[in-house]
Design a protein around this ligand. Sequence first.
Ligand code: SAM
Length: 253
Amino acid sequence: MAKRFKFMPTKLTNSSTAMSEFSFAPVAIVHSPYKQKFAIPRQPGLVTAAHGKIELLVDAPHQQVLRDIEQHSHLWLIFVFHATAEHGWKPLVKAPRLGGNKKTGVFATRSTFRPNPIGMSVVKFDGISKVDQNLALDVSGLDLLDGTPIIDIKPYIPYSDSITGATSIMAPSAESTFIDIEFSDCAKQQLQHLSAQYRDLPLFIEQVLLQDPRPAYKKLDLHCQQYGMSLYDLNIRWQIQENQCLVLSIEKH
Ligand code: SAM
């Protein structure tokens, strides 16, 4: 079995501080309905109707690495922010939670721009299937871009990972928006044709839009601008006026 990481000590001082670099190979890759960063929710579990697959790439018998995984309802995915990694990082970041203006220490946030561009998401485990010859984990509630490299998969352990009484002053709860989602007659007709091919499609679109994907500065804009987002291979056009979101059309690319 090929070794999956390199350990390279670069400097060992008298005080035994090891300066090291590690290089990891992906153990899996994400197949996600989110084809672009725009409109991906900020955390997992917010859009429960987002269904994806985690295709195993690990160089070992897939049946063996997955043995007993069905004993867990949820999984941690440890992944690389591959689409933004090249932009580097800064010690202070503008947290969208704080209106996008105030700067906060990178380690006090879940920003994608980090010294090591590594993210972690808990997803619901829905079963095992296949992508081509490889086994895949069916998951839902993901917040990951299509093609995201996964560097580790671990079970979510409720007695330890769910901490009663834990607090976050910065992010006390999921951000709430008060948007009514409506589908135009045209979008309703298109949905009728598409729903058989895409699991939970109307609910998925609704849950994504309920997160109000517009950039913060656009939310103050009173003009009724149209937006487009890619989910699966669909181009979805919508507009928001005050608290009303109208889905205009849902078309294949
Ligand atoms: N739950 C993870 C965490 O806490 O580490 C991710 C949080 S991060 C704030 C969520 C955002 O990461 C999403 O809204 C999406 O725009 C972005 N994202 C998801 N997958 C990505 C990828 N592969 N590369 C870059 N950005 C990604």
